[in-house]
Ligand binder design. Structure first.
Ligand code: PLP
Length: 255
């Protein structure tokens, strides 16, 4: 039996980020993805220009249908888009006790386009984070959620405030290597990766979904975090450019 991962995230029609990234990452790592799509975005590989949120009544009916039929081994949350959707997701998680949850606190696209209708920081931290296993902000998201500037200050503040593990990814830092830091209330660990030459679309989504899939397969948090980064690094090394903008990780299993 493949582990079934419930993905709650937005749709990117250009195929690089969002639900496409999530399904491809989960399939590449041996899982099966069920999806609740929080928003339809308007974008290509260059920029995001808008989005429309999914009606919560429709999400309710979709969630009821899935929960009546499937059991889930992990949940991955990406773009939420509004405080009301964050609150709706928190109510859904209460129906899935004991299931590991990876929360990628998406606020904006790599290109800078907004992916939230309002300020989501307090709702993500106070309403959703307590029900999650690990948060995976990139550095700008960690800064904006914590109000702190440095990687350590931001990661530690978030981990203390949420009482959860926080993986701060360093792609947006200006260092030669990309350092990803896992902060837990009583522990810290980091991984360094050679910085690759391009700007990538969907790397955060891919990493969070890979982690959810490996947690669903029973790997402990630190092992899942390391193995998901290893897998993503290969996908980024083999990335390709489908249009005139950002590169897309190659998440297909090797032929
Ligand atoms: N989710 C959606 C629907 C998006 O469109 C994007 C970026 O455009 C993201 C998440 C975040 O993508 P990334 O993994 O590049 O941070």
């Amino acid at each position: 039996m493949k582990p079934n991962i419930l993905v709650i995230a937005g749709h990117d029609p250009s195929g690089g980020a969002g639900i496409h990234a999530d399904i491809e990452a989960i399939q590449a790592l041996g899982g099966f993805a069920s999806t609740l799509i929080t928003a339809l975005t308007v974008q290509n590989s260059r920029r995001v220009t808008g989005f429309q949120l999914t009606d919560l009544d429709l999400l309710d009916r979709q969630a009821d249908a899935l929960l009546a039929d499937y059991s889930f081994s992990a949940v991955k949350i990406g773009m939420t888009g509004s405080v009301a959707t964050v609150e709706w997701i928190a109510r859904l998680l209460a129906r899935l006790p004991g299931v590991p949850v990876v929360l990628d606190p998406v606020l904006a696209a790599e290109s800078g386009g907004a992916l939230a209708r309002e300020n989501l920081s307090d709702a993500l931290i106070d309403v959703l984070a307590p029900a999650t296993t690990v948060l995976t902000p990139n550095l700008p998201e960690a800064q904006s959620l914590s109000g702190e500037h440095g990687v350590h200050a931001a990661g530690e503040a978030l981990s203390q405030r949420c009482g959860q593990a926080v993986l701060v990814t360093g792609t947006h830092d200006d260092t030669d290597q990309v350092s990803n830091h896992l902060f837990q209330p009583d522990r810290h660990r980091h991984w360094d990766w050679p910085r690759l030459p391009h700007v990538y679309h969907g790397s955060g989504c891919s990493l969070a979904s890979a982690m959810a899939c490996l947690l669903a397969r029973g790997e402990p948090l630190e092992q899942a975090t390391g193995n998901a980064q290893q897998w993503l690094h290969q996908a980024l090394k083999n990335a390709w450019r489908p249009g005139g903008g950002q590169y897309v990780p190659n998440r297909s299993p090797a032929p």
